[in-house]
Design a protein around this ligand. Sequence first.
Ligand code: HDE
Length: 711
Amino acid sequence: MKTNKQNNEKADQLKLHTTSNDNEKLTTNQGLKINNNQDSLKAGERGPSLLEDFILREKITHFDHERIPERVVHARGSGAHGIFKLHKNLAEYTKAGFLTQVDKETPVFVRFSTVAGSKGSTDLARDVRGFAIKFYTEEGNYDLVGNNMPVFFIQDAMKFPDLVHAVKPEPDNEIPQAASAHDTFWDFISLMPESMHMIMWLMSDRAIPRSLRMMEGFGVHSYKFINEEGKAHFVKFHFKPKLGVHSVAWNEAQAISGVDSDFHKRDLWEAIENGDYPEWDFGVQLIPEEDEHQFDFDLLDPTKLVPEDEVPVEIVGTLTLTRNPDNFFAETEQVAFHPGHIVPGIDFSNDPLLQGRLFSYTDTQLSRLGSPNFHEIPINRSVNTVHNNQRDGHMRQQIVKGKSSYDPNSTGGGCPFQAMMSEGGFTSHQERVSGAKIRERSKSFVDHYSQAKLFYNSQSNPEKQHLQNALVFELSKVTIPEVRERVVGQLAFINNSLASKVAEKLGVQVKKLKWPNQSLPADSNKAELQSEEKEPKTKASDTLSMQNTVKNTIKSRKIGFIIANGCDAKAINQLKKTIEQNGAKVELIAPSLAKVKADDGSELTPKHSLTSTASVCFDALFIGSGKQAVKELMVPENRHLVLHFINEAYKHCKAIYFGTDTEDLYHNSNVATKKHDDPAIITWEDATPGDKFISAIEKHRVWDLETERNT
Ligand code: HDE
């Protein structure tokens, strides 16, 4: 295990608040040493407990108040500390200090999350993932609170509580947990055509990532960069994982939820503990303010992305996660993000969803963390000191000296002073704004299908198939036939073949309903504002398909080796070494947890037994070599377990390597039914099996052969 030390201003600040109980005596919260932590104070050995027992009362009172409300959305999360390093000076576009000093390292805390489920729900729910970053810059905290999908369900903050109520468990029976496959979600979606682009993303495999380390991050909204001269550019933020963007299969996700519902949390934790620091390229799409109207969509509309073919993503930095939190609650649970935490050089756009978020996040922290002093919780503190006249409130930590708590003052010599712009004082971008006070949606937002088409058209065939299967799965759980029909009616505006295939599985007709946009005012001209079927300017984009992602590394992948007594030590150790040299991890699986005696007398220690884990926890499998070992794996007690491992991994399109003497296992497994050449099945007959195995793992899965592997 590598030590993951981090020395920077934030780590140093956190150290001041970090304690260890090593070699210490137990005390009360008042520092009194405790002599007996086993028994309460009683009147006589068998007598009643005494109210006087302040030690018992303190312990139980604190325990009673241990829980705080979980986040209303994004309740389940995993966090990590890291570093953001800038590679390109962006001074031409922004005056933000952390984006203008090349090689500058800014400490960050990142929290990934699912959206709909409760804090204790499974990691593998079909859901959007939150991707929130707190940059502890020298100019104050900058929070980029994004997701792993570049668009959102709704265009206006007014609809957010409706969306969340619809996707959360239904209010009468609190069913289902962490799932969108139910009536209320799809009822809402079927009546909100603006959600269709996001629905394409949500039904794609992006919603079931292989790892939090293997997903993209997006700022979603258009933000603004402001340079020293006050010139503005629209900017879209991107994080591209160095390991590529990879997912699991849907029935695999369901199985993982049973075997290890902390799969993503554990994966992130272990990778960082092992020194496999997750890394992302940080990129920006920059659009001069004057080019705002050059697109066939509105830049302020959060249901639209800017195709990379129209505005390329320029990579300007790296985000690396290097340290696990010391304490989940103190750090990951108490971290408070807010898209309104910005620094000079960054500003908001008029995206009406973003504008609503600017209100919500402080408000939610007040109810969740219980005090306006939440900024004083160590994980939330900026690295520069806070000076203002805000005072008091629950749990105040800062002890501000002096008489003065108002401005202007002479009692404090006028301090703290307002900062001039040249001293880093924040000023909002001077955008000219005029308009009548109206409660309306801009007509430029009324195009709900073109980018849904762009996304669908950009998918590979297996991705299209998965998306279709997801829609069928989700809508089959909907009990109201009209809702299913309405969704299918919406799909028909995106792709006829998709709509009719889904319709067939649901037993409904495709009725291409012109559905009025529910979010329009009752007296608006609905016909005029009805979203038409429109072709996007960019018809398809390679960047939207995971098929085109990074596939040249096996770094940090988990490979299961199924072994037994008498296994071929030389072959196993050699393959293990090669795999580890390429950066992947090998875990040994044996019929039991007892040490395995190899053919050369050496002993191997299995991490798992055949019953304590499952193929879904691994990226690829090696089935151990050696006659004696295979004989043990073939005894009735083990045989069905090993075959289940193989068949399941085969079904999920993973690489499987059959070592020498495993013919019997091979022929009894579903692999024997393969008809075509399958690059991810490696056997004792292959000339360079190790290389072939590694190259198959690099490709992640043979999704193209999914139908064949499942028939
Ligand atoms: Fe959030 N969102 N959101 N959201 N959101 C919250 O704030 C909200 C939206 C996102 O790891 C809450 O501290 C409104 C878009 C992430 O702690 C809450 C609207 C995007 C996280 C809230 C949105 C996000 C949150 C709940 C529409 C992607 C987790 C707890 C107007 C760009 C941050 C909290 C973490 C959390 C409100 C829409 C991302 C209630 C009102 C769009 C990653 O304030």
